[in-house]
Design a protein around this ligand. Structure first.
Ligand SMILES: Cc1cc2nc3c(=O)[nH]c(=O)nc-3n(C[C@H](O)[C@H](O)[C@H](O)COP(=O)(O)O)c2cc1C
Ligand code: SF4
Ligand code: SF4
Length: 379
């Protein structure tokens, strides 16, 4: 049987993620015990949100006092989080802590005290007026420089950093993603609200950050839509019950074992994100490839060279009878083609192996595309 790394190729905090399905935080609800109850069905979980300084702890108390929302309340965040982290010590779910902090120093102090065993997620998502007034949650989406400073403070402690955002609040989500990537963030956890996969695709095309898609992902079709438009993982909050999580886990595991690339993009001309360059032809006709390359600042010659180099010595280099003389330029397996399939047969490659090789090709191309400075993704 395939192991989890072979199946999904996902690493967070230097640990293998068993499945790309996880839990998003809900203040006052999602703690270590909540995660432990769901352990067998998830790969990662963000507990919290936990308030980590006086102004956010006061805000949590005010919210809880109103009586309609729950909050985690305590006087010593380090003690509380140390307790929660310790409960998860022998658990193989990748643990993240969702944090409400109002200064870079708050994040840095906490990370210094609780160490690098967990992912630190900055809550730039909460829209409770008390939290925004305390200087966290959505406040950060309006003040991206402050958010950047918080990311940089955590990175100075050498920890893995995720930023939880709500789409459509910042002036430009793509520019925000680029800024966070430049600051050293590792993961962008996006509540897509009603924007759906089109917004996700834009962000995927802007940065190489690991992306977690969130909001109303309660069935396999919705999950697959997110994965085929750029998500590496998906998270659930309100419907993070065992039945839903186990259904999604089983479905994506089966899909990965059958198809080979669990989050394969749609082809570029069918609305896919730029990972789909792995399926694109030679740039010989007017099609979405040409404007995509020009937006990325990549010449046609460069693109050809990148792909040829990436498959050198690999089975994808072969395929004399295909349109462009190599499987490197061949379409997604879901597009029927007897020439490609004949080549695969001759090479002894299954359709699943072909898709896995395309996944590796895509990873190499993305490293090339995002090797240096962000480009202007304006589509
Ligand atoms: C009761 C409740 C509390 C929440 N608390 C937090 C929080 O503390 N931090 C955070 O980043 N998101 C929080 N969220 C947002 C969720 O993590 C998630 O982004 C949102 O509910 C959409 O995902 P869903 O459709 O899977 O529920 C909360 C959501 C709910 C319903
Ligand atoms: S190069 Fe081929 S696969 Fe890519 S966008 Fe153009 S027609 Fe579609
Ligand atoms: S040979 Fe088939 S799969 Fe390959 S590029 Fe041509 S049409 Fe696409």
């Amino acid at each position: 049987m395939m192991d989890a790394f072979e199946r999904f190729g996902l690493l967070i905090n230097d640990r293998v993620v068993r499945t790309p399905v996880g839990i998003a935080s809900m203040a006052g609800i999602v703690d270590a015990s909540y995660v432990i109850e769901r352990t067998g069905h998830i790969g990662f979980a963000f507990i919290g949100g936990y308030s980590i300084d006086q102004s956010t702890m006061d805000a949590a108390k005010s919210i809880a006092a109103k009586g309609d929302r729950r909050e985690f309340l305590y006087n010593d965040p380090v003690e509380e989080l140390t307790k929660q982290i310790a409960k998860m010590e022998k658990n193989n779910v990748i643990l993240g802590i969702n944090l409400r902090g109002s200064t870079p120093e708050s994040f840095r102090t906490l990370a210094g005290a609780t160490g690098d065993r967990v992912v630190y997620e900055i809550d730039a998502h909460c829209r409770q007026p008390e939290m925004i007034a305390a200087g966290c949650g959505e406040h950060y989406l309006k003040k991206p420089d402050e958010l950047e400073a918080a990311v940089r403070a955590l990175k100075k402690e050498g920890v893995t950093v995720s930023v939880k955002i709500r789409a459509g609040v910042a002036a430009d989500d793509r520019q925000l993603a680029i800024k966070l990537w430049s600051a050293g963030a590792d993961i962008l956890h996006i509540d897509l609200m009603d924007f759906g996969s089109a917004k996700l695709r834009q962000i995927r095309n802007s940065c190489p950050l690991m992306l977690i898609a969130n909001n109303s992902i309660t069935g396999f079709d919705k999950m697959k839509d997110m994965l085929s438009h750029g998500a590496d993982l998906v998270s659930l909050a309100r419907q993070s019950d065992i039945r839903t999580l186990s259904g999604l886990d089983a479905a994506i595991t089966r899909y990965a074992d059958e198809e080979g690339w669990y989050n394969a993009p749609k082809q570029l001309c069918r609305g896919g994100d730029i990972r789909a360059l792995a399926f694109c032809c030679m740039p010989v006709k007017e099609c979405p490839l040409i404007p995509t390359l020009s937006r990325m600042g990549i010449t046609k010659e460069n693109y050809i060279h990148m792909k040829q180099e990436a498959v050198k010595g690999l089975p994808l280099e072969n395929g004399k009878q295909t349109c462009f003389g190599s499987l490197a330029w061949c379409c997604k397996i879901s597009s029927p083609c007897m020439f490609r399939d004949l080549t695969l047969k001759q090479e002894g490659l299954s359709k699943k192996e072909y898709m896995r090789l395309k996944r590796d090709l895509s990873d190499t191309l993305m490293c090339g595309v995002f090797h240096d400075m962000p480009f202007d993704e304006s589509s």
